[in-house]
Design a protein around this ligand. Structure first.
Ligand SMILES: Cc1cc2nc3c(=O)[nH]c(=O)nc-3n(C[C@H](O)[C@H](O)[C@H](O)COP(=O)(O)OP(=O)(O)OC[C@H]3O[C@@H](n4cnc5c(N)ncnc54)[C@H](O)[C@@H]3O)c2cc1C
Ligand code: FES
Length: 360
């Protein structure tokens, strides 16, 4: 029975040892977004920087599959963590979670990890922030906003969220509640492409623009910007801020789609010399990996599709069994020592030191 005593509650979640979460509740946020609330099988306290993510390690249709999801929850409520997942048409994991993840189910996870958090940067008193998000990209910013709300920090947040219609705004009521509670320290703007079913929509119509930004946060040049959303949205945000004369040294973003990310430690590598051969034992694909090039960089260059998220050895999404060979792997916590001992590697941060055969 899940009935913790205070003494038990003092035990912190240890990402190196603990890897199982139990789903405690599922909440329908919008027609295609659900929040899944988890706690550990035995009571644990979760410590993480608001905005960090966990990696789910699933087995779907007999295939091991991993995906990153931001913790939309806040560490100021440390007994549980939650992820908020949008259904991606044709997507394997998002649809599986929506269709199968229920209260009582267990799941294996890795993390938390990631560096997209204003809490990992200096926070002087009365720091001003501009949070810009679109769609499910709201999750890391929601975690940061929830933490600032709960901790009653004096940070000043302008939060501009974009959605397709008013009914697609995730956390709409909680955003309004935070704006009410933080009284002047939380300016909320929502921008919708279409009114949808809500004729009386009072927010902004169309797309985020400099005019909308100036309306909600005329002092935006004084703010630190944190942005998360689809790649085209973030490209538009960067262009808008540049047009508005914003100093991009104060700009931070996180992408949920790997296509926009450059592989770490590979592109700039010296590509001359003999290099090594990388063979995929299942597909039969072969890659020529230049000296100093990561396996992921070589795969991308060869047009071989590879499951990746962070590309920096953080999340574990690309984890693959190495059947033979030797690599120089510079990971950032995305793999456990016991997995390395069993022959697993992270190709996004691994450079071959010999010909390599991967089980893929
Ligand atoms: C750090 C981080 C944090 C994230 N946080 C969140 C979050 O808070 N909430 C959230 O909803 N998402 C989040 N994501 C995105 C999430 O990890 C998944 O990428 C997303 O849920 C889609 O996964 P999926 O398995 O459903 O889709 P996938 O199966 O990966 O498919 C994605 C798309 O690619 C297409 N596709 C699949 N296979 C192929 C193929 N072989 N060829 C061509 N196209 C193909 C699919 O049709 C679909 O359109 C985050 C990602 C990262 C990296
Ligand atoms: S893609 Fe994240 S560890 Fe390789």
């Amino acid at each position: 029975m899940h009935n913790p005593t205070l003494a038990q509650l003092a035990v912190p979640w240890d990402g190196d040892r603990d890897d199982t979460l139990v789903c405690r509740a599922v909440r329908q946020e919008t027609h295609d977004v659900k929040t899944f609330v988890f706690s550990a099988p035995e009571p644990r306290l979760f410590r993480y920087a608001p905005g960090q993510f966990i990696t789910l390690e699933l087995e779907i249709a007999g295939q091991a599959i991993q995906r990153c999801y931001t913790l939309s929850s806040t560490p100021s409520r440390p007994d549980t963590v939650s992820i908020t997942v949008k259904r991606v048409p044709g997507g394997t994991v998002s649809n599986w979670l929506h269709d199968h993840m229920q209260a009582g189910a267990t799941i294996r996870v890795r993390g938390p990890a990631g560096s997209f958090s204003c809490f990992l940067h200096p926070m002087p008193p009365k720091q001003k922030y501009l949070f810009l998000s679109a769609g499910s990209g709201i999750t890391p910013l929601m975690s940061m906003a929830r933490a600032m709300h709960d901790l009653v920090l004096d940070a000043d947040i302008a939060f501009l969220h974009s959605a397709r219609t008013p009914d697609d705004i995730i956390f709409a009521r909680e955003l309004e509640l935070m704006a009410h509670n933080r009284d002047g320290l939380f300016r909320l703007g929502t921008v919708c492409e279409r009114r949808g079913a809500q004729a009386a929509w009072a927010g902004f119509n169309g797309f985020l623009s400099l005019a909308v930004l100036q309306n909600v946060a005329p002092d935006f040049r004084e703010r630190k910007v944190f942005t998360c959303g689809p790649a085209p949205y973030m490209a538009a945000v960067r262009a808008m801020l540049a047009e508005g004369g914003f100093d991009m040294a104060h700009y931070h973003e996180e992408s949920f789609s790997f296509e926009t990310l450059a592989p770490a430690g590979g592109d700039e590598a010296a590509l001359d010399g003999a290099g090594f051969k990388v063979t995929f034992s299942r597909s039969g694909d072969e890659l020529a990996c230049a000296p100093g090039q990561t396996i992921l960089a070589a795969a991308k260059a060869a047009g071989v599709r590879f499951p990746v998220s962070c590309t920096q050895g953080l999340c574990g999404t690309c984890k693959t069994k190495m059947v033979s060979g030797q690599v120089d792997m510079r990971h950032a916590g995305g793999i456990r020592q016991r997995e390395i001992d069993q022959g697993w590697i992270l190709p996004c941060c691994s450079k071959p030191l010999a010909d390599v055969v991967l089980e893929r």
